[in-house]
Design a binder for this molecule. Structure first.
Ligand code: GFB
Length: 320
């Protein structure tokens, strides 16, 4: 990136840095990335501070006073979990982000990065989706609850910047995958679901594995370690009210993703479809122009990232 790197606007070195959601896939990737930086990392266990409880969050921020916050704590899940638990996704995410953003303001936190999702954009947004597409049309119904909560998070950061001058920024990652993902088939995203399905089909010598929907929707995927790198980059180099897309710039149909995962796992059977399951949004390829113009780009190809993720799956299952 060298010569194109913007001037550092916030140096994480020497700072007290709170990663909210450090046990999650994204939070743990941020923790791994911060190990390269000479900062003081702080985290808090869920049974010590429930981030949905305002008084607990404010008390903890009041005593810890972090200089910087990565807001990666969230209730997350795949298309089915989003569709079946709308109250959980809306309520928990609103509470977590409102509590942390307000507490960070009160504690004098200098920099906060809020993590959203590409599902904030309208279902039929022009592709690739530029940041300006926000709030220009109706949302995808399967995840509108989560999307509304994440849009509220962007607006909270903008509001605290506008009213109080807080340097709070927002990043919108595309569909993420990588180590530490959730492999529960009812609540997971598509990549861990496909890894597990292909692995189990291989072990049982099945003739086929079944994926949800038509396989026609297209998705853009980014390895979570690339995402964490982008989030640290933005925290140090970006300060503006506008949110920033974080993606790989490439998408593919779910059908092709399923074949790719099956090949990486070593399952040679056919792929069947459960058409009783939802497809969700037809396509959500984001424009990465804003981040690319700052000099950041991803390093991990989908093939390499999926192979690494399968190794992590095997290691966690004790099969590596
Ligand atoms: O990853 P996924 O659950 O989330 O599903 P979304 C992506 C696509 O993969 C959908 C298909 O078209 C699914 O129908 N798919 C095929 C599968 N087989 C499977 C399977 O076995 N499991 C799963 N989960 N999907 C979520 C949103 O949307 O993505 C959230 O609900 C969030 O709000 C997140 O934005 C990143 O990309 O459809």
């Amino acid at each position: 990136m060298g010569a194109e790197m913007p001037e550092v606007v916030f140096d994480l070195s020497g700072k007290k840095v709170f990663v909210a959601g450090h046990n999650g896939m994204v939070g743990s990737a941020i923790v791994r990335r911060l190990a390269d930086i000479d900062c003081e990392l702080i985290t808090v266990a869920r049974d010590t501070v429930d981030l949905r409880r305002q008084s607990e969050v404010e008390e903890w921020f009041g005593s810890e006073k972090p200089n910087a916050v990565f807001l990666a704590a969230a209730r997350v899940g795949g298309i089915l979990a989003n569709d079946t638990c709308p109250a959980d996704f809306l309520y928990e995410n609103l509470m977590i982000e409102a509590n942390i953003i307000h507490a960070a303001f009160r504690a004098g936190t200098s920099k906060l990065l809020f993590l959203g999702s590409s599902c904030i954009y309208p279902k039929h947004a022009p592709q690739p989706i530029a940041e300006e597409a926000l709030l220009t049309g109706p949302l995808e119904p399967t995840n509108e609850w989560y999307a509304v909560a994440k849009i509220a998070g962007i607006k909270l950061c903008q509001a605290y910047r506008k009213q109080h001058g807080c340097d709070f920024i927002s990043a919108m990652p595309t569909n993420l995958y990588g180590p530490g993902d959730n492999y529960d088939l009812n609540s997971s995203h598509v990549v861990p679901a496909l890894i597990r399905k292909a692995h189990e089909a291989k072990l049982s010598n099945a003739r086929s594995m079944t994926i949800w929907g038509t396989g026609e929707p297209r998705r853009e995927f980014l390895h979570v370690d690339d995402c964490a790198d982008a989030l640290v980059f933005l925290t140090e180099n970006y300060s503006d009210a506008n949110h920033v897309n974080v993606g790989s710039g490439k998408d593919l149909p779910i059908r092709d993703l399923a074949r790719l995962v099956a090949d990486i796992v070593g399952f040679a059977g056919t792929i069947e479809h459960d058409l009783g399951r939802p497809d969700g949004t037809p396509r959500k390829l984001m424009s990465g122009g804003r981040l690319a113009a700052m000099g950041w780009q991803p390093q991990i190809s989908l093939e390499e990232g999926l192979a690494r993720t399968y190794q992590d799956f095997l290691a966690r299952a004790g099969e590596a």
